[in-house]
Design a protein around this ligand. Structure first.
Ligand code: HEM
Length: 578
């Protein structure tokens, strides 16, 4: 049985969202290598087959128990199941599920019962008190989903995304200082350099698609441009690596870059293996798991294994090279390295033993930073440009604020621009890149509610008893002001939205875009800086308007713009006249 705590979707003044991989996933092994001798082959194959049969039997047994015995969550109202096998999951997790999520919010109360796989029951939660309990107050009772933990562990190794409890707290404690305001100040020059280079080369025709000078308005695919920007931001400021020289008319062909681009699509294709990831991650050493995988006749799986191996070897080399620089006492080189991984290595060299990362942990963090920070940033950048194109009045006002400043601002000057801050807050509030997240319940517990709900039997409930094992609490948006569904940056003043009566537990602006509590996003200030740099550079030179009303946002994790199911953001770009 599952507790689905929906992350906040769109709208309303407070939203939550979920981690990208919660329901995508899949698979595979950790990056180390191995081989298995031929004589064991048949025997191992049988073990795998029996293991798989056992697992299937276990799943069906649980499903039957649920069907016969019911659930104490049965009394919670929710939409009827649409399929015996997958319940409501197809509609909940589909790329075009916006309307379904809206219906859940409009037709039901703060907690909704959702039907999961084979009769599994999950709760979709958007009540503020329940979210506070899940994410902050009782967070130890609501752990990250086991599938997410296993998957990130298999893909990247032991790092902040794949650990729980004290181990996870240790990872966070060591990593958080790298994102301090002092360190963000040190990263700003690199962010400006990437933005100027990227958009300068775009103008000069060195990166595709380019903007012909003086040729009048041109339609460009901003998605490809902004994706490259996000990747280079995280490369340079996150791990100290340049993915994209931005110097030729060609897309980058670097193997590492290609691997990163192919990672999410490969994971999505293998989503069918999702339920066996936790089991697979526990069986034997990595070499044995690799062997098991080699028995599965799937081309995509092979590709994924290759991607993981490339990412791992590149991250290993990066950490090794930086370590050597430190050991050889190249003080100047390290002094000038302000990327997150270099900062972690520098603090490692003076930290107490228990506050140091081992090299394999640093390798894992390197891949995790890229994974957590690239597509999310790209989604936010694309959304802001799209929103500005749709709201020319907001764009004009923002440009006027930017034009009154110098071309290159200090960190403090940039974060002090009020309308720039308001536009970013309002976009992230209304359109969180990640729209839902999942938590698993680790013990029987009571979920408090700020608004009582009426059960199917007519009884009023001001709290819900949630059984251990309930999986995937997902959180969706919560209610807010009356005009909460409108895009209105004017509502923000000094980081506060007017008219807000409901307090949310999020780390940023009373919204749940970056969640709250012990697993909240540690990169949320970093991403704001990225967005501010891009807008301050782009709006000074270019004007944006909508090129097509066929743009549809897909509710992935994170959301992405598309036209005819292809990732695209066609926007008409024109030079700002002097
Ligand atoms: C608009 C951009 C971003 C959004 C919307 C976003 C959102 C989120 C959310 C919702 C979570 C919680 C996931 C969960 O609990 O399952 C999260 C976690 C995390 N984010 Fe972000 N993120 C963004 C950018 C970044 C960036 C740029 C970085 C790094 C440079 C980053 C690093 C992380 C890390 C390391 C975690 C895991 C924290 C933990 O488990 O303790 N994020 N993010």
């Amino acid at each position: 049985m599952g507790l689905l705590v929906p992350r906040i979707l769109s709208s309303r003044l407070y939203q939550t969202s979920t981690s990208p991989c919660d329901r995508t996933l899949i698979l595979v092994l950790s990056p180390s290598s191995f081989a298995v001798s031929p004589p064991c082959h048949q025997m191992l194959l049988s073990i795998i087959q029996y293991g798989f049969l056992l697992w299937i039997s276990y799943v069906f047994w649980n499903a039957l128990r649920r069907l016969w015995g019911g659930s104490i969550l049965d009394n919670i109202p929710g939409p009827p199941s649409e399929s015996v096998l997958a319940g409501n999951l197809a509609r909940l997790n589909g790329a075009d599920s916006w309307d379904f999520h809206k219906t859940l919010e409009e037709d039901f109360n703060a907690v909704v019962k959702i039907h999961g796989l084979l009769g599994d029951v999950q709760l979709y939660v958007f009540d503020p008190a329940a979210l506070h309990s899940i994410l902050v107050k009782d967070q130890d009772l609501y752990e990250e989903s086991i599938i997410f933990l296993s998957l990130t562990g298999l893909l990247f190794g032991k790092g902040i995304l794949s650990t729980t409890g004290n181990e996870h707290r240790r990872h966070r404690k060591i990593m958080m200082p790298a994102f301090s305001t002092k360190n963000l100040r040190g990263m700003l020059p690199v962010l400006y350099e990437v933005a100027h280079r990227n958009f300068g080369q775009l103008r000069d025709g060195l990166i595709k698609p380019h903007l012909e000078l003086n040729a009048g308005p041109q339609e460009l695919d901003m998605y490809s441009i902004l994706s490259r920007t996000s990747l280079e931001f995280i490369g340079r400021a996150g791990i100290g690596y340049s993915f994209d020289p931005l110097t030729t008319g060609e897309d980058p062909i670097d193997q590492y870059t290609q691997s990163l681009k192919n990672l999410t699509p490969a994971i999505h294709k293998l989503a069918v293996f999702l339920p066996i990831v936790p089991l697979a991650s526990k069986i034997g050493p990595p070499s044995f798991r690799r062997f098991m995988l080699s028995l599965i006749p799937s081309k995509t799986l092979g590709i994924l294994c290759k991607i993981v191996a490339i990412m791992d070897s590149k991250a290993t080399a990066l950490v090794r090279d930086k370590n050597q620089t430190i050991r050889h006492g190249d003080a100047d080189a390290m002094e000038n390295s302000n990327d997150v991984v270099s900062l972690l290595l520098k603090s490692n060299s003076t930290a107490d033993e228990n506050m140091k990362f081992m090299d394999d942990e640093l390798v894992a963090q390197t891949s995790m930073i890229i994974h957590a920070g690239t597509e999310t940033t790209s989604s936010a950048l694309n959304r802001i440009i799209h929103v500005l194109a749709l709201h020319p009045d907001v764009q004009t006002k923002l440009r006027a604020e930017i034009m009154e400043t110098k071309e290159i601002l200090s960190h403090d000057e940039l974060v002090a621009l009020p309308y720039l801050d308001a536009v970013i807050r309002e976009t992230l509030r209304l359109y969180p890149p990640i729209t839902a997240m999942t938590r698993s319940v680790t013990q029987d517990c009571i979920l408090p509610l700020s608004t009582p709900i009426t059960g199917i039997d007519g009884r009023t409930m001001d709290a819900i008893a949630v059984p251990k094992g309930t999986e995937r609490p997902t959180t969706i948006r919560t209610s807010g002001g009356e005009d909460a569904l409108e895009f209105n940056p004017e509502r923000w003043r000094n980081g506060q939205a007017r008219g807000v009566t409901v307090r949310m537990s999020g780390v940023y602006g009373n919204m749940m875009t970056f969640v709250g509590g012990g697993r909240s996003c540690i990169g949320f200030k970093f991403v704001q800086l990225e967005l501010k740099v891009v807008l301050s550079v782009l709006l000074r030179c270019y004007h944006f308007s909508v090129a097509s009303d066929a743009i549809r946002w897909k509710m992935g994790s994170p959301a992405a713009p598309s036209v005819d199911n292809r990732p695209l953001l066609p926007i008409v770009v024109d030079r700002v006249k002097a």
